[in-house]
Design a protein around this ligand. Sequence first.
Ligand code: FEO
Length: 397
Amino acid sequence: MAAIEIKKDIYWVGAVDWNIRDFHGYSTDKGTSYNAYLIKDEKIALFDTVKKELKGDLIHHLYQVLGDPSKIDYIIVNHVEMDHSGSLRELIDLIKPEKIFCSPMGKKALLEHFHREDWPYQVVATGDFISLGTRTVQFLETKMLHWPDSMFSYIPEDKLLISSDAFGHHWATSERFDDEVDSHELMMHASKYYANILMIFSPIVQKLLAQLKDLGLQIEMIAPDHGVIWRTSPETIMVAYDRWSQSETKNKAVIIYDTMWDSTEKMAKALLNSLQREGITQIKLLHARKNHRSDIMSEVLDARAVILGSPTLNNNIMPAMADIITYMKGLRPKDKIGAAFGSFGWSGEAVKHLTGHMTDMGFAIVGEGVKIKNVPTHESLEACSELGRMVAEAMRK
Ligand code: FEO
């Protein structure tokens, strides 16, 4: 990859991570990128760095654009998480910047990560701005998007929003812009990223979108810290964030289950058939050990109903279901309809546990759950069909 000029004298200088497949528990089947940006003005500013292992790519790009990276005057740390700050120590040694701009929480986080009191920090808050010469950088704190330290940098002269984690996605590409990649795949990666990283912060996303509107920022380009840059239609991703953060759903149900000897799977299929007969247009059957938790959460994002199934194992649910439920609880999906089912051999507590977990998440529970002892018959599966009918009815309301 080469450094790429994204606007006059503004460059993408980040790194593409083609090989990462697990981003702290999130499956990155198609890799990701860590985007850093460079503005060449009377002052030269670097926005964020990259993961430590890829610092050579960033430094190479800086040599490509500047000849000598020590020409950089300012480093702007929009976010301290190590996928963006991992190369900071080496970059600061190389560049010896005049100033490092960060949010108040950013300074705390930098000290806690790097333990360097001697770096030339300059703390900036929402509304503060600095001049690079012909350009201005305005700062907007975006606490919890994704960490307490996160902030946006807005360059009004270029109508450019450097948005840190927000509006990003994990996808390694040689292309750098939204209009150069398949739009369907782009939105698929963006929605997976939202579901797995930002869903928990949806109320904050709503406030941020309102704040951007109130500030009247003219946004021609959004340059996030992961994935491609939104230059053709930045509004596409902002509209999608509005929809996702309002928990907008489709006529869609997901059935997430594990099975021991296929009995719970038979129940899952009976539920699917029933939902189909009831006119539910999208139904996903997701085996907990065959689908990654982060792909399951992508499907949960826009589903109206989430139906959980597990056989009883040692008076509890199957471990893969516990994994997914723990993960789901942390991400706090809202406004879902829930239902539970599962087979059992003698004690049969799984349905009770599944229902309890969904109640904890605030789901509107339909029915009392269906339990079938050992192997279902055509007749006993009728209880699953009935549960499907009840879920579909709740979805129509
Ligand atoms: Fe891409 Fe919160 O780091």
